[in-house]
Ligand binder design. Structure first.
Ligand SMILES: [Zn+2]
Length: 253
């Protein structure tokens, strides 16, 4: 049997986060295109990476650009309050406080993905528990993913968006020490110790949600148990392959 070898790519595949902001931003840009390919990002959504030079800050796209069009020139720096800094007057997406709130609360988190992924929405609406049914979604764990309801923090008269620091901090509290938080009537936010992990988790949360929903239509799904979720995957190899595919798609379009 032929041994699998990852495609040629300039991206690192050793499972660590790059030591420079330049490299982190390059991964961030490529990840937008990967998440578009996998139906996690459409016209909405954004992802960010913690700064190497200032660990309280993070990098994310500016406002007003759709994810698949993001280039390094669209990425700006945000401070610990989630506000743009050194941005040359450019503003951020209204939901930048998702990222600011989580980086403040979770020193272990290096990357955050926020999306309006369709497959997870029913689990944020019904109380049906989103839990790992696939080995590739081990990070979901064997307890239900927490669900954030904006009404609980902003009241009935809310915007449905995490568009202020109070809502950002509340979302981070609901996430707790987990990898994924569902957002009622909105989508999900996924975190990871590297950009590669956050992307992998966002992709497989969607796959798991679809598989679980289809299983629920047929009968009672078997969830992974506490031993089965205690695993890892070489996510960087998958990420590099996805990034090469996305690059090829963009080059041919
Ligand atoms: Zn959103």
């Amino acid at each position: 049997m032929e041994q699998y070898s990852p495609p040629n790519t300039s991206q690192r595949v050793d499972g660590t986060i790059p030591p420079t902001d330049e490299e982190r931003i390059a991964e961030l840009v490529a990840s937008h295109h990967v998440l578009y390919d996998h139906g996690v990002l459409d016209g909405f959504g954004h992802l960010s990476v913690r700064s190497a030079a200032d660990a309280a800050h993070f990098f994310m796209q500016r406002g007003g650009v759709v994810p698949d069009d993001v280039t390094a020139g669209d990425v700006i720096e945000y401070d610990e309050n989630g506000e743009p800094c050194r941005a040359g007057g450019r503003t951020g997406p209204s939901e930048r406080y998702i990222h600011g709130g989580i980086y403040r609360a979770r020193p272990d988190v290096m990357a955050v993905v926020h999306s309006h992924t369709d497959a997870v929405l029913p689990f944020g609406l019904t109380g049906a528990p989103l839990k790992a049914v696939l080995h590739t979604a081990y990070f979901l764990g064997s307890d239900p993913a927490p669900v954030f309801d904006i009404r609980e923090v902003m009241g009935q008269d809310n915007t449905m968006l995490v568009d202020n620091p109070v809502a950002g901090a509340a979302l981070a509290r609901t996430l707790g020490d987990r990898s994924v938080v569902l957002m009622r009537g909105h989508g999900m936010t996924v975190v990871g110790p590297t950009v590669h992990d956050a992307v992998f988790r966002a992709v497989y949360t969607r796959v798991n949600a679809r598989a679980e929903m289809e299983a629920l239509a047929l009968g009672e799904p078997v969830f992974l148990n506490g031993f089965e979720v205690d695993r890892g995957d070489p996510v960087s190899i998958h990420w590099a392959w996805w990034a090469a595919q996305a690059e090829a798609r963009r080059a041919s379009s």
